[in-house]
Design a protein around this ligand. Sequence first.
Ligand SMILES: [Zn+2]
Length: 298
Amino acid sequence: MPMRLLSFAVAAQLLVAMAPARAQGPLPVVASFSIVGDLVQQVGGPDIALQVLVGPGSDAHAVQPTPAMARSVAGARVLFSNGLGFEGWMARFLKSANFQGRHVVLSDGLKPLKTASTHGHAHDVDPHAWQDVAAAVHYVQAIQRGLCQADAPRCAAYGQRAQASVQRLQALDREIRAGWAAVPPERRKLISSHDAFGHYAAAYGVRFLAPQGLSTEAEASARGVAALVRQIKAENVRALFVETIADPRLIEQIGRETGVQPAGALYSDALSDASGPAASYEALMRHNTTLMLRALTR
Ligand SMILES: [Zn+2]
């Protein structure tokens, strides 16, 4: 019996020695929040095992990292985040979770967009770069590079899926531009909860006014809201939106004071769950654009 046990052990060791240096199982990967998670999954396909730290419907600006989140990153080979200060909690979290893998910041290399916030602090950097589809293309390319560096044997598969994703995103970008082309530029202005749409505004020629500033962590001031109400009346703004991650009461109050009815909920910083209208990045951009165009052309 001991002989047989020994030979099992030797055989097992031989099998381990013969296996390729890299495990054949899916690459363990983490994404900081739902929108990045979807783009990572598009490129990684079945070759990755993805965990998303801040899931659909949740606000990734303000997060209290949990032990479960620490366990998610502990064994991950690559972690993808947005950067630009969006996940302000990330650096400290990764340090405390003792993350040993590769951290890829998807917005690295993008030109930062400074937003003159209408009622908050002026000239902050707007972290919501994914609201411009061209930035999502940049993200997909960075995801491809990150996965290839961590998992060279499967680089060709990552490359193929990234290319297909970029083609879909370029078609989406053309679709959004075609939609806005039908709205006269002077009518392209609307209100949403927080300044999440600066990149969308710059890319597609739309003006957004927001009571809450660049982060959902900021409080809207009474004076700021009063000024916004005056501006809505003076400029005859016709479309008002709540956001799925923000408290709707402020927008509803502005709606009462201006007589402009809220026209629905925009998905700014998080996907919907799988049965909702923004279950993927592409669905999110289509849903938001359709809602805005409908409100402005009615
Ligand atoms: Zn935000």
